[in-house]
Design a protein around this ligand. Structure first.
Ligand code: SF4
Length: 176
């Protein structure tokens, strides 16, 4: 069987979904036998490559860098997976949306609370509105959970690697 090119990307999230990925424990060894991890925050990859088979995207789209990255991911990836509730719905990352645009958020965080200055470049500019991934680019598979439990991640990866569309409904109640 041909090896799968797997990537994981971290946008506007807390990294908890990636920590849950590490909770795959011994399955990570099995996964390494079937897939090459070609881009991930766990390693020092500089460029997102062409021809990725599956990408797990953690986090919502919250700043200019996320926006550029998710378009690159979509253009270079066969199966894009919204990985965790921030990617699927906006979740915690989108809690700032009711405050309106980006400026009141920056003002509160950097001026009112810290008494400092609002950072400029090279810090990426916040988007006025945080959005789930599928609002920006088409998404093929959704893995809900905050974070998704490791058995749920495994189920999805096993099916994608086997070339099947993953079906979670009614199958992972025991995972919590
Ligand atoms: S879904 Fe939960 S664990 Fe994952 S990035 Fe968002 S807040 Fe963190």
């Amino acid at each position: 069987m041909e090896r799968v090119k797997l990537a994981t990307v971290w946008l506007g999230g807390c990294s908890g979904c990636h920590m849950s990925f590490l909770d795959l424990d011994e399955y990570l060894i099995e996964l390494a036998g079937k897939a090459d991890i070609v881009y991930t925050p766990f390693a020092d990859h500089k460029l997102y490559p062409e021809g990725v088979d599956v990408c797990l995207v953690e986090g919502a789209v919250a700043n200019e860098d996320h926006l550029e990255m998710i378009h690159k991911v979509r253009a270079r990836t066969r199966i894009v997976v919204s990985f965790g509730d921030c990617a699927v719905t906006g979740n915690v990352t989108a809690l700032r949306n009711p405050l309106g645009k980006a400026l009141p958020v920056l003002q509160r965080a950097y001026l009112d609370v810290e008494g400092g200055v609002i950072p400029g470049a090279p810090v990426p500019a916040l988007l006025d509105r945080v959005t789930p991934v599928h609002v920006v680019v088409p998404v093929d598979v959704f893995i809900p959970g905050c974070p998704p439990p490791a058995p749920r991640i495994r189920l999805v990866l096993e099916e994608l690697i086997a070339g099947k569309p993953p079906h979670l409904a009614g199958r992972d109640i025991a995972f919590g």
